[in-house]
Design a protein around this ligand. Sequence first.
Ligand code: PEP
Ligand code: CO
Length: 416
Amino acid sequence: MLRDLAEKPPLVFMGEARSLQENLARVARGQAFLLQAGDCAESFKEFSAGNIGDRLKVILQMSAILTYGTGVPVVKVGRIAGQFAKPRSEDTEVVGGVTLPSFRGHIVHDDAPTPEARIPDPTRMIAAYNQSAVTLNLLRAFTRGGYADLHEVHRWNQEFVASTPGGQRYEQMASEIDRAIRFMEACGVHDVQALRETEFWTSHEALLLGYEEALTRRDPLTGEWFATSAHLLWVGERTRQLDGAHLAFLSGIQNPLGVKLGPSATADEVRAICDQLDPDRVPGRLTLIARMGAAQVAERLPPLLAAVRDGGHPVVWASDPMHGNTFVNADGHKTRRFEDVVAEVAGFFHACRQERVWPGGIHLELTGDNVTECLGGTDEITDAHLGLRYTTTCDPRLNARQSVDLAFRVMELLEP
Ligand code: PEP
Ligand code: CO
């Protein structure tokens, strides 16, 4: 199976990965903001043009809010077109009273709650590759073919979002953007490519090293190795051991890289990660994604920020306010509170200001659908609502309304 994969064409090109790194270098310098967002786990079942377009819409909406509100360009990176493998803390999980092998993502097995469904099937790696290719094709068409044109800024607001206060605030902002574009056009500035198209990159967790290695290729011109499964790969909180295979793999590829850092990360560990993955101190090479939890960010993050700053590593610092704030409610739903998500982002911005480090971005799990997976937000989703539209195959995601609301909250936090 891996031999078959090794003969497949690359999904992304090395030049694109280099271009993302240049954009991330701008973030590292404090001249841009990173929005990395998408599913916790992409699904082989919920896979349609509508579904991909809706996810892109909400990311474009958030990006418009952040750009308009802060005047800083937003580098858009999806957790998409390859985010299929899930690390799990426990080998087993209990579903409906039955103990099963934990769900590890559709690239490994099916999520149905039966022992047979959970048997790993290597042909799924080919299916994941194919779905990534189709998803990328759509994303390229959407972002180059008029869908991401800023003239369409109103159309990204889905009906179920437009009816909320956040959606109305967005409408108002979209009208102001329209007016600004009309003003520019009246002044004779026409056909600005940057308004008509947008750059959008892909990323996922580099968890299945067999899959990643099979898709790693050598640049014939420079001899450098690149993962071609996505533009950016990250290593998760559970696999970032300094002597582990995952960091060793990342250190050998030239793509921009991410590493998640949870509350147990020490300054020494983070220094060692930087030395291993970014020995040459290349701006934009490394994105450190803090996922401390709202209650711990103020205490745990500043020493790490200081260590990296003093070590001279020009990294991007991003906040993942999702993974440190997950809990299981009384009815057994894995969920997160919208206010905890906002509180962690606020704590992240505060810690960055305190350490004179640019708060470079946010890393989110969201969907364009009207799901009920995270509590709170202007909809006031309560425990009683969670069962209504809880469709994630892994972690709870922000719905499109909560995502737009969050973008406004982040915009306010970013204001000088
Ligand atoms: C994830 O991003 O889906 C994830 C599992 O994160 P972490 O490694 O931070 O727990
Ligand atoms: Co997740």
